[in-house]
Write a protein that binds this ligand. Structure first.
Ligand SMILES: [Zn+2]
Length: 425
C-alpha cells in the first residue's frame, strides 16, 4: 500500500504531458521516410520506409501543440480513438519547388524524413502539406502497426563515430542538435570537427542562445564522403559526396541543398538528434535551411559563421527571411498579401495581433520609416519575405535580414526563446 501511495505521488509529480507521453509512446523513435513529388497537376506523398531508432530525443510534453504551423505537419493519431497524440510542423523543399517554373515542365520527387515518438499501439500517421495560403493541399494518411515485421531497426549496431562538442547539464531534456559533415573525405575528419566547433560557438554567441546554452546538446557526427567537396553545377564540378549535396538548387547559384535526405538520417541513426546541421566542405558561398528538416552551409567560406546562425534561425525556429530585393527574385509569390504568414517575424498586417503588435511602443508609426530605426527598435518596416512592398518586418536590421548584423531583432529573439522553451520546459 505504501508503495502504491508512493507511485501515485510520483505520478502526480510528473507534468501532465509527460504522463501522456508514457501512456501513448515508448521512449524510442519511429522514423518515417517519404517521397514527395508530382507536377503542377498530379501530386503525391508516398511512404518509402519505416524504421525504429533506439532513443527518442524529442520533447515529452506539449505533444499536441506546435510552436508555429509550418508548411507541413506530421500528426500521430490513436487508431482506436482517433485522438491526436503528437504533432510536429516542418517545411519541405518540395513545397518550395511547387512555386518554381519547373513544376510546369516535368514531374520531380523529393526525399523527406520525419521522426515521431514510437506509438505503443496501432496509430494513424497523417502527413499534411499546406499551400502558401495555409490551406491543406496534399495529405497522406497511413497506418502504423507495432507488430509490423517490415519496420526496420536502425542505429543499433553500426553507429557513425561522433563527438559531443557541447553538452547540457540536463542532457535528457535538452535540445539535441546533430552536426554532420558532407564532402569530407576520411583524411579531412579533423577539419570537420574544427568546423563543427566553429558552428556551435557561432550559434551560442547569439542571444537568446547564449542565455540558453545549457538547454542544448551539440554532437558532431563524422560522416565520411568518398570524395572531398560538394557539387557546383554551374562550374561543371560534380563530386561524389555522401549525401549528394549541390549548389544551383532550382537553378539558383547560391542555393545549396541535399537530395539524399534518407541517407543523412541513416548516418545519424543511433545518435540522439532532433535538429540537423549539415556542413558542406566547400569554399563556395551558399546555403539553405528548412524548418525542422535541416540546414546546409559552406564550412570553408568566410561567411560560414554568420550564415550558420541565419540558417539555424530557419531550420530551428521557422523564422522567415526579412530581406527583400528591389525587383524581387525567384521566390516571389511565396507570401500572398491577403494571408498572414505563419512565421513569427514577418507580417502582411492581415492578422498583426497574432504577431508582434504587443511589443510595439504606443505611437509607433505604421509603416515605420527606416530613418527612425534607432528610435523604434521594434516597428513595422515595409519589405521582407523577398518582397519590397506588402510584407513587413519587425526591425530595420536583423540577423534574418543581414548576415553582417550582430544580433537578432527583438521579435526574432522572443520567437527563438519561445521555441527553446517549447522543447525544454
Ligand atoms: Zn528579426
Amino acid at each position: 500500500m505504501k508503495h502504491l501511495i508512493y507511485l501515485l505521488l510520483l505520478a502526480a509529480a510528473l507534468p501532465a504531458g509527460a504522463k501522456d507521453f508514457s501512456t501513448h509512446f515508448e521512449p524510442r523513435t519511429l522514423r518515417l521516410d517519404y517521397i514527395m513529388g508530382g507536377d503542377s497537376t498530379d501530386r503525391y506523398i508516398m511512404l518509402a520506409e519505416q524504421a525504429v531508432l533506439p532513443q527518442w530525443a524529442g520533447r515529452r510534453t506539449r505533444l499536441k501543440e506546435v510552436p508555429v504551423d509550418g508548411d507541413a505537419q506530421i500528426i500521430v493519431r490513436d487508431k482506436a480513438t482517433g485522438d491526436t497524440l503528437y504533432r510536429q510542423p516542418f517545411a519541405t523543399l518540395y513545397n518550395e519547388w511547387l512555386t518554381t517554373p519547373e513544376v510546369n515542365e516535368r514531374p520531380r520527387s523529393f526525399e523527406v524524413t520525419m521522426l515521431t515518438p514510437l506509438p505503443k499501439r496501432e496509430a494513424l500517421i497523417d502527413v499534411v502539406l499546406f499551400n502558401n495560403r495555409r490551406e491543406p493541399m496534399l495529405t497522406l494518411t497511413h497506418p502504423y502497426r507495432p507488430d509490423d515485421v517490415l519496420i526496420a531497426r536502425k542505429g543499433e549496431r553500426t553507429i557513425t563515430p561522433h563527438r559531443y562538442l557541447h553538452r547540457s547539464s540536463h542532457p535528457e531534456s535538452a535540445i539535441d542538435v546533430a552536426i554532420i559533415g558532407e564532402g569530407y573525405a576520411a583524411e579531412e575528419l579533423d577539419s570537420f570537427y574544427t568546423h563543427a566547433q566553429r558552428a556551435v560557438d557561432a550559434i551560442l554567441s547569439f542571444e537568446p542562445y547564449t542565455s540558453h546554452a545549457d538547454d542544448f546538446n551539440f554532437v558532431a557526427v563524422g560522416a565520411v564522403s568518398p570524395e572531398s567537396g560538394v557539387s557546383i553545377p554551374r562550374k561543371g564540378e560534380w563530386r561524389n559526396a555522401a549525401f549528394g549535396s549541390h549548389f544551383s538548387t532550382f537553378y539558383s547559384d547560391r542555393y545549396l541543398t541535399t537530395p539524399k535526405v534518407h541517407a543523412v538520417h541513416d548516418a545519424l541513426a543511433g545518435i540522439p538528434y532532433e535538429h540537423i546541421i549539415i556542413l558542406a566542405n566547400t569554399p563556395e558561398y551558399g546555403g539553405g535551411g528548412f524548418f525542422n528538416t535541416y540546414l546546409l552551409t559552406s564550412a570553408r567560406h568566410r561567411t560560414f559563421r554568420p550564415v550558420t546562425v541565419h540558417e539555424f534561425g530557419h531550420s530551428f525556429a521557422g523564422l522567415a527571411d526579412e530581406y527583400f530585393y528591389e525587383g524581387g527574385d525567384a521566390l516571389d509569390g511565396s507570401y500572398p498579401f491577403d494571408v498572414e504568414p505563419w512565421a513569427k517575424n514577418i507580417t502582411t498586417m492581415v492578422d498583426f495581433d497574432s504577431k508582434w503588435k504587443d511589443m510595439l511602443p504606443e505611437g509607433t508609426p505604421v509603416p515605420t520609416d527606416p530613418k527612425d530605426a534607432e528610435k523604434y527598435p521594434v516597428g513595422v518596416y515595409e519589405g521582407g519575405g523577398y518582397q519590397t512592398h506588402g510584407i513587413y518586418r519587425p526591425a530595420d536590421e536583423c540577423r534574418m535580414r543581414n548576415n553582417t548584423y550582430p544580433t537578432f531583432c527583438p521579435v526574432c529573439r522572443k520567437a527563438l526563446e519561445e521555441v527553446i522553451t517549447f522543447y525544454t520546459e
